[in-house]
Structure formats: C-alpha cells, structure tokens
Design a protein around this ligand. Structure first.
Ligand code: GDP
Ligand code: MN
Length: 401
C-alpha cells in the first residue's frame, strides 16, 4: 500500500539529511573545526569551514627588519635591536624545561637577533640555573627576584574566606585552585611584571614559559615589527577559559566601568568579549563574558599598555576585589578583557607565522619555514579540546590581523 504523499516527502527529506550528515562526518579531517555541541546540528559556524592554518601563509606585511651584516650581533653596541626583552617567570626546578624553550626560540629566531633574556623568580635563582641558561644563548641574560610586595598574598585578603572559596571551587573542578602560588603567579602576570624596577627602561616583551615549543623559522625582528606597525599586543592561541574560575570577573569589570565609561576604546573588541555564540554555557556562568581569551603563556606586547593609567586603575580595582584569590582569575582573561575594552582592536595582532605549542594546544601554520608540527592542528589532546578554540569569534569581530 502506498504511503500518503506528505509521509513520503518527509521520509525522503530525512534520508537526504542523514546522507548529508554522513558525508560531512566522513569528510572532516583532523585539525578541522568540530561543530560546537551547543549549536543546532547542521548550523554552520559563520564562514569558518576549515582551520585557516591549513591555508598557505607567510610573513606579515612589510616593513620587516632583517639581519644585515652585524646589525644584530650580540656584542654590537649600536645594534638595530630596540628596547625589548624575552621574559620568563620560572622556578629553579623547571631548568630543563626552560632550556627546552630556549633551545627552540634561539634556533628559530633569537640566534639571529640576540635579544636579551630576563628571568624572574619569587626566590633567588640557583647558580646552576644561571650558568646553564646563560650558556644557552649568545645574548645577554638577566636574573631578578620578584619583590615581596608584588608576590605575597595582599593584606586585604581574608584567609578564612580564601579557604572556603578553595573548597567550593575545588568541588567545581577549578584547576590549581588549592595552590596559593598559582594565584600569586596569575596576579603577578596580570599586574606586576611590567612594574618590576629592572624593566623600567624596557618597552616590549615576549613572554616564554618553560616546556614550550617553537616550530617555524622567523627571519624578521618581531619587536621592531610591533613598533613599525603600531601594535600593542600579539597573540597566538585563542581559547575559552574555565568559567567557574572567573565567574565574577565580568560583573566586577562592569562595576569598574560604571565610573570609567570613557576608558572603553571607540574601536574596541568588546563584541568579541561578549560573544557567547560558541559556548553559551560559559557566558552564562561567567555572567556575560564569553571566557574567550588570548592564551597568555605566549605574549608579545608593549608594556606601555600595562603601565597606562587605564590599566593600572582597572588592575587595582580587580586586585582590591580579591578575585585573584577568592576565585582563580587567570592573567589570560584579565589581560584579554582589558585589551578587549581599552585598546584599539586594530593594534592586536595574530602571529599566525610563529609556530608554537604549549600543551595541549598548537598554532601550526602551513608555511615552508615550519618543521615538527602538523599544519592546522589545534590540539593533540582529547577531542573535546577542539571546542575550546575561539579564534573564529576573534576573526568574526576583528579579522585576521
Ligand atoms: P599553566 O601553564 O597554567 O599550567 O601554569 P604554569 O605552571 O606553566 O605556570 C605559568 C608560568 O609561571 C610558568 O612560566 C611557570 O614557570 C611560572 N610559575 C608558576 N608558579 C610559579 C612559582 O610559584 N614560582 C615561580 N618562580 N614561577 C612560577
Ligand atoms: Mn604553562
């Protein structure tokens, strides 16, 4: 017996839909964007249909300053280097991991440009740390201790409340919540590295952590590029954060803005901060902030921004609120919210050409200068980590430069 026409049409549509989905599933390659679970099946996420790092790419636009003769030689007193340093907060116990990061960055970039390395620690560096790290570069190396007033838990933190908050957020699986030093580290990276007296005359920095990898030869002076192109901040990986670790960061930020509306830049990336389309649950738990942030273990920046009145006022406000301890605000979301509100979005640059890995994420361009990473791979961790990628949201609101 023939089925009624509407049922036949419905059956045909259903079969077509299944076939379409089947083909889509088998077409997807590693490194391609997975559809976020929170979107209705089949809805395309903007124009993003593959990772842009699969597309061939090269260097950023001219001008690019290169090595010519001895212009970047380590002992050249009139070198073309600008006022900049590679910068690392690191523990003595991470010496081998630091040497790994140094070897990669020296091989791919710094043996050509010889920018100094500046190391910070909350305790004195050991002689062995100093000896072996200074032997890993031809450039100058400096070692500094963080002053207690930049590191110690501030007097206004109520330790009973801190311990209560730890129990609560540990039960919500907030990583490192129970480690006071992790909170101290995040606070220092948020607000104090730029204030260290040893950096008073330094403008640009490249933050490098122990145990990271660099994959691509970079043949221009990255700091000079920032200056020539009037950039404030360069990033490499853009991901969502644990919303529970920053649930009051955005409300506290809005409170700050009540009196300082004029601090928001007229060409800001605020829409990027508030776009929860990819992870609506994160935005809900973080009370209005998508949690999308520049992953700050990689940063190339102009410290003038962190020293500006706007940022000092904002950081002081956050610091006094206690959220670095009662929650576990990371320096990555704090930096990102500040950049997204107070800076001109055109001054924030994606360094797509700097191949990079900090476990578990990569930035790996399709560029003949790169070796040792799979182009377009975003993570080699569990499949769900693909969902953390929020570059599409940045590109949607700001673009690729
Ligand atoms: P994760 O990347 O968020 O897992 O955090 P890490 O453990 O890598 O810490 C971030 C950076 O801060 C790294 O460069 C660490 O070496 C450094 N760091 C973290 N805690 C401390 C600390 O207590 N003392 C010092 N000297 N460095 C620290
Ligand atoms: Mn790390």
């Amino acid at each position: 017996m023939a089925l009624p026409k509407p049922i036949r049409i419905l059956a045909a549509v259903t079969i077509c839909l299944f076939l379409f989905l089947f083909v889509q599933i088998f077409r997807s390659e590693p490194g391609q964007m997975k559809m976020p679970e929170s979107l209705p099946v089949g809805q395309k996420y903007q124009e993003w249909d593959h990772d842009p790092q699969l597309d061939p790419s090269g260097e950023p636009p001219d001008p690019l300053r290169r090595v010519e003769g001895d212009n970047y030689a380590p002992d050249n007193e009139n070198s073309a280097r600008i006022n900049a340093t590679i910068l690392s907060l690191v523990r003595n116990s991470e010496l081998e991991e630091m040497l790994q990061s140094m070897a990669d960055l020296e091989r791919t970039w710094n043996h050509k440009f010889n920018y100094p390395w500046t190391f910070f620690n909350d305790v004195p560096f050991t002689d062995e740390f100093k000896k072996r790290t200074s032997a890993a570069t031809k450039a100058k190396t400096y070692y500094h201790q963080v002053p207690a007033e930049h590191w110690d838990i501030p007097s206004w933190i109520n330790m009973d409340l801190y311990h209560e908050s730890v129990s609560l957020l540990v039960s919500q699986k907030v990583q490192y919540m129970e480690k006071p030093s992790y909170h101290q580290m995040c606070r220092w990276n948020s607000g104090f590295f730029s204030q260290h007296p040893a950096l008073a005359h330094t403008q640009y920095y490249w933050r490098v952590e122990p145990n990271v990898h660099f994959f691509c030869d970079v043949d221009y002076d990255v700091f000079r590029w920032m200056q020539d192109h009037n950039k404030t901040y360069g990033w490499n990986v853009n991901i969502h954060d644990s919303a529970e670790s920053i649930s009051t960061l955005w409300p506290e930020t809005l409170k700050f803005l009540e009196d300082k509306k004029e601090y928001v830049h007229e060409n800001s990336a605020r829409a990027w901060l508030e776009d929860g389309s990819k992870r609506p649950d994160n935005k809900r738990v973080a009370h209005g902030y998508s949690t999308c942030h520049f992953w700050s273990n990689f940063e190339i920046g102009d410290m003038s921004f962190w020293r500006s009145q706007k940022y000092r006022d904002y950081f002081d406000h956050l610091d006094k609120s206690g959220g670095f301890f009662y929650e576990r605000w990371g320096d990555a979301p704090v930096h990102s919210v500040a950049l997204g509100l107070f800076e001109d979005k055109s001054k924030i640059h994606w360094f797509r050409d700097i191949g990079y890995q900090h476990i578990p994420f990569f930035n790996c361009p399709n560029n003949p200068k790169c070796k040792g990473c799979a182009k377009g791979r975003f993570t080699d961790g569990a499949a769900w980590l693909e969902r953390e990628d929020c570059r599409p949201i940045w590109f949607k609101h700001v673009g690729m430069d």
